[in-house]
Design a protein around this ligand. Sequence first.
Ligand SMILES: *Cc1c(COP(=O)(O)O)cnc(C)c1O
Length: 394
Amino acid sequence: MLTHPISITPSQELESTYTSGVYPKRDLTIVKGKGAKVWDEEGREYFDCVAGIAVAVLGHANPIIVEALTKQAETLITCPGIFHNDKRAQLLEKLVEVTPASLTRGYLSNSGAEAVEAALKFARLATGRTQVISTMRGFHGRTMGALSLTGNPKYQKPFKPLVPDTMQVPYNKLEKLEAAISDQTAAIVIEVIQGEGGVRPADQAYIDGVKALCKENGALLIIDEIQTGFGRTGKFFACEHYDLEPDIMCLAKALGGGLPIGATMISEAVAEKLHPGAHGTTFGGNPLVCAVSLAVINAIQEQDLTAHAAEMGAYAQHKINAAEIEMVREVRGKGMIIGIELKQKVYPTLVELQQRGVLCVPAGVTTLRLVPPLVMTKDELDSVLDIIISVLDS
Ligand SMILES: *Cc1c(COP(=O)(O)O)cnc(C)c1O
């Protein structure tokens, strides 16, 4: 099995010379994309089940995004938060419309980690408390605050000490949370479906319990929908599967359709505790990205990509299960976030799939994760599944 590139192309050599070195790199240079496909330098075609890691919901080079982007670029690109802006106003209105009814306002930033950082600061201001509990295998980003919530020792250990008063409890085990939460707890932060941590949906009883424990202890419930939001799971937000209305919701990834944006949606009660100057960012809520984001959300709604994701996801899970592959331990997920847990490490499978023209990402050490563009057609998905089944079954 290949563990290192056979040949390094000039652009791979160039990037390797100048990059920081913090990314484990694959032997592939992606130079072009269209819809659910991407191409490398030699013109080889790949089905893209990575999509910028659950980012490119509308696929690559979508004319809807190109048009919104170019039109806004010709009008106004930047406008700091101290002024009002028409596109930002429209996006905030839209976000409040599509998120659960408990969320009535939003703060715009540039990434998932930033959306989480804002949530942490807002939770402190709203409660006057500092303790924040998150879950093991949870992923919330890699800046110091977000990293303090990201329950993976591999990511945390080299950077200790982290933000004080943060801790992780096992996911989906209510008694562990019950033992940890108190009247000192500012907030609980969870993904209702862990993405990076292995594509693990929470149990309904767990989510109900978390909600009740937050209420009893006066702690805020922060839901991280950075990976699961915007139709991916077959509902507009994954928390709709659980009939859940959080106090704060973190959004990013698909929100910009490929452009960098994050959002921290908050309840009226949280907003009442914020004051001018409490937080801010130069680029957050810039008109260029807001215009694109608005077009992306409208397109998801108009094309009903949420329903398409539900249908395609169910079909994919059924097809993989029906193949009864010896190497597959379990298939998990909802809609177009699919985790195929193997009985062995996933890396060699990723390499082989890439050679066969399918790009996937891992979720943990043994799980293959598929997060394709929501515009992927049934025919394309069938081709992807046939290749995956043939690689896993060989
Ligand atoms: C990707 C991700 C983040 C971090 O987002 P960045 O934009 O990479 O900072 C946070 N939470 C979840 C659930 C994610 O999937």
